[in-house]
Design a protein around this ligand. Sequence first.
Ligand code: A3P
Ligand code: MG
Ligand code: MG
Ligand code: MG
Length: 319
Amino acid sequence: MAYEQEKQVAMQATLAAAKLCQRVRQDIPPAMEKSDKSPVTVADYGAQSLVCKALGEAFPNDPIVGEEDATALRSPEYEASRQKVVSYVREIEANASETEILNWIDRGNGQVAPRFWTLDPIDGTKGFLRQDQYAIALALIEDGEVKVGVMVCPALSLTSDDPGTLFVAVRGEGSQMMAITEGELKPIRVCGVEDVSKLRVVESVEASHGNPEQQQKLLDAVGITTPSLHMDSQAKYGVVAAGDAALYLRLPSADRPDYRENIWDHAAGAIVVEEAGGRVSDMYGQPLDFSRDVKLRETRGVIVSNGIIHDRVLEALKR
Ligand SMILES: Nc1ncnc2c1ncn2[C@@H]1O[C@H](COP(=O)(O)O)[C@@H](OP(=O)(O)O)[C@H]1O
Ligand SMILES: [Mg+2]
Ligand SMILES: [Mg+2]
Ligand SMILES: [Mg+2]
């Protein structure tokens, strides 16, 4: 099987990161503020540290484009947070020094290359802080195409009563899912629903991450009457891939027309949906281009579907 080592390493690394996140969340972490005013927590840093360590050991030549870096954490102002990150990481990597832990985080400062990984150590930090959904999302991009994607959603339960679902996909080999407690991967497919009135739709909880008014107009135009499920993070991609929803809408926010999506917010989710038989494009039907930059510069809005209804949604958008 292709990319078997990459798949195994990525799964182990994101599961270890998920364990750290769950530990931090029991303690109800405070948020720090980044330069762009968005929140970050000790769990984001700890998760990035663990995943970058594992990838660095298994694939020392692969750059990692991660969301976080340790610059703020190294400053005296964040001494207390730094100590917390070190202590949580040491629960999993007992012998790691502070310098090593910070350097692992900074391995995520890599550049887009012919082969690279992209990591969102916690996607949906706001959901994480609210005790809602979040995901650890990791993808391997080679020759401009996502080849492997893993998403761990520690608070999502689809098959068992215990929360915790992992999604994984390898290009050309389909998508799989497992309940973390069961540990057994099973193939997943998008839903076959064609009757639009019965479709389930997922959207962000955070209104500012999309355009709720436009999205509602679009749903009306397509004829979807079922109320949307609001969910943080790339867990939305997982829900579409597993057939629990047929559509995920993310139209550009009206307040931030200059905002461009980050590759780590979509790469893992996109391959999981595509390999489950679904389709991912921007609002004009263009594929997402992961080959150029940390930002999806040309992408406007993201439409994720079971494939069957994709063109109908794009047609309605044109109108
Ligand atoms: N104006 C905006 N439009 C679209 N996405 C935005 C945004 N501002 C922030 N985001 C992104 O939305 C992600 C969360 O998505 P969702 O709303 O689906 O949970 C955030 O990821 P992080 O939580 O990793 O920072 C962040 O990168
Ligand atoms: Mg963030
Ligand atoms: Mg994110
Ligand atoms: Mg994040």
